[in-house]
Ligand binder design. Structure first.
Ligand code: HC1
Length: 589
């Protein structure tokens, strides 16, 4: 242990901690900008300076380890003046259009300026002389260099958490900027649209493309029927943006708010998450049968989940030789879109061209996915507009809805009934757990004992998780699986996906089924979820998702009565001709 004093208070902390971390233990908050708990230390903004009493030196507290006998002052006159000047200098290069900025009210630089009462300008404003790039080409992410403070949180996020490297530092000195390959648009480089750069950016330099106005226009149009679907992780994230604590479950209030906003029908992506289990589970069993019974060596195993569009884009760019391993299932969002303009349209007797299909997602890559050319199998654009959890909160605030006072309401039908298996799609390991609940019953004909519904090896925020399952007592048609050890792996965050794919490629690991989600923690940590985020927040959201599952009356996808109905009335059976046409696709390099 190391003994030191901070602001005259003695503290004893573990060796290797930084001054910033030691101060946290004493509940002393030191302002930061380039620092983020998810990332390696950069120490480049210097806002976190503190004074070392003894030698009167100013040091960056995020980058300086504690040492024995250290005396630190986090609030001396020298420290306050220095921090104030640093913030003022950052502002000279930052386009201050706070009232028009997407991050107004959520900007860390704005917060610090207010805290330090920066009311006048002592330094020359450099913004007018700079030729800043504003990139609005991508359907998912916008990048405005005039708001960038060059803290490099986005660069570290893209490299360390996602192993993508779509953005990097270019040029030097005052010309230094955050750039892409040859300064191309984010739409033209290896960006996966995951939006992790957005949730780690302290200002409005990186934001999602907003479709709020388009959705308001659709709601106001009396000639169209606007249907909205809500992703599993939105219901445990939305409350944070509307003044409730992290991990507050707000499913019923969210539905009530969507109805008040004027959507004609409020339905659930969790319904098509259940449908995905039916389709993807059957696809996996079919692949296994071909490999194990027919001896077909061409079968691509392990089969990989395909519901995370950031992961799909990653495999297209980085591991195109593994594209046949992706499940052919579209994501639940896109399955919903395809059914909205066919099955649902027919059911409510509305022409599909008069349906506007909106989805609320915790994810920015879903905006890209909805715009992919593959996603028009209904004969129309399957999903017209994708809003993030944050954008939905904006609409709720604009409409003057007092969210916390709303009474719970239920989803509409059809395509509004879902199960606990559907909701756990929103957390890493959830697709695997949901699939196992159903696969066990299909293969054995026996019910999963209630106590075994929660499959703990696939739970938690670990980067790579493995599970192996041996099914005994299989039904006759599945007896090729009797005693076979089914090997599965689960990852979250693309850096972990990279590790897993390398292990598979090098032959170090073999699996039958892998679940990969692009964002840390799965969709609950998506790029469209409320700010700020770190593992503490992710854990609370994770607990909320599992609580939601535990509280639902049906917890297995195949027991969802609306799933039984959609096969009876429309799709016939999993992997039928119709489901192939509407619910499956393939991707190319
Ligand atoms: Fe997800 Fe999915 S779980 S990808 O994380 O399969 O975004 O929440 O909607 O489509 O269902 C996201 C979440 C989401 C899809 C589902």
């Amino acid at each position: 242990m190391v003994n030191l004093s901070i602001n005259g208070i003695a503290v004893s902390v573990k060796e290797g901690l930084t001054i910033l971390e030691a101060a946290e233990k004493l509940h002393i908050k030191i302002p930061t900008l380039c620092y983020h708990k998810d990332l390696c230390i950069a120490g480049n903004c210097r806002v976190c300076v503190v004074e070392q009493t003894g030698n009167n030196k100013l040091v960056a507290s995020c980058a300086t380890p504690v040492s024995e006998g250290m005396e630190i002052n986090t609030n001396s006159l020298k420290v306050r003046n220095c921090r104030k000047h640093i913030i003022e200098l950052l502002l000279t290069e930052h386009r201050e259009e706070c009232t028009k900025c997407y991050r107004n009210g959520h900007c860390e630089l704005q917060e610090l300026s207010a805290e330090f009462q920066i009311t006048n300008q002592d330094f020359i404003d450099l913004v007018p002389d700079k030729n800043y790039t504003v990139d609005r080409i991508s359907p998912a992410i916008e990048k405005d260099d005039s708001k960038c403070i060059r803290c490099q949180r986005c660069v570290r996020t893209c490299a360390e958490i996602q192993s993508v490297g779509a953005i990097a530092v270019s040029h030097k000195g005052s010309e230094m900027k955050i750039s892409t390959f040859f300064d191309r648009s984010l739409d033209e480089v290896v960006c996966t649209n995951c939006g992790q750069c957005i949730v780690h950016c302290p200002t409005g330099a990186l934001t999602e493309k907003s479709y709020v106005e388009k959705v308001w226009d659709a709601i106001a149009d009396p000639d169209v029927h606007v249907v909205v679907q809500t992703a599993p992780a939105v219901r445990i994230g939305l409350g944070e943006e509307l003044g409730l604590g992290s991990g507050t479950r707000v499913t019923g209030k969210m539905v009530a708010a969507l109805k008040r906003l004027g959507f004609d029908s409020v339905l659930d992506t969790d319904f098509t998450a259940d449908l995905t289990i039916m389709e993807e589970g059957t696809e996996l069993l079919t692949r296994l049968k071909r490999a194990l019974v027919d001896g077909d060596t061409e079968v691509a195993l392990p089969m990989a989940t395909s519901c995370s569009p950031g992961w799909v884009k990653y495999i297209e760019h980085k591991y195109p030789e593994y594209l046949p391993n992706l499940s052919t299932c579209k994501s639940p969002q896109q399955m919903f879109g395809a059914l909205a303009k066919t099955y649902y349209a027919k059911n409510i007797d509305v022409e599909p061209q008069n349906i506007v299909s909106v989805s609320i997602m915790p994810c920015t890559a879903k905006k890209f996915e909805a715009n992919r050319p593959e996603m028009k199998d209904s004969g129309y654009k399957d999903v017209d507009y994708v809003l993030t959890t944050r954008e939905l909160a904006v609409m709720i605030k604009q409409a003057g809805i007092e969210f916390e006072k709303l009474n719970d309401e239920h989803f509409d039908s059809i395509m509004g009934v879902s199960t606990g298996a559907g909701v756990i799609f929103g957390v890493t390991g959830g697709v695997m757990e949901a699939a196992l609940r159903t696969a066990y019953e299909i293969v054995t004909g026996r019910e999963v004992p209630f106590d075994n519904l929660e499959i703990t090896p696939v739970r938690g925020l670990a980067g790579v998780k493995e599970a192996s399952i041996q099914i005994t007592g299989t039904k006759k048609e599945w007896n090729f699986l009797e005693g076979v050890e089914l090997k599965c792996a689960i990852t979250n965050g693309l850096q972990n996906a990279h590790k897993l794919m390398e292990a598979i490629k090098n032959g170090e690991r073999t699996y039958h089924f892998i679940e990969i989600m692009a964002c840390p923690g799965g969709c609950l940590g998506g790029g469209g979820q409320p700010f700020p985020v770190d593992n503490e927040v992710r854990l609370k959201r994770m607990q909320a998702i599992y609580e939601e599952d535990r509280n639902l009356p049906i917890r297995k996808s195949h027991e969802n009565p609306e799933i039984v109905q959609v096969y009876q009335d429309f799709l016939e059976e999993p992997l039928s001709h119709k489901s192939h046409k509407l619910l499956h696709t393939s991707y190319v390099k």
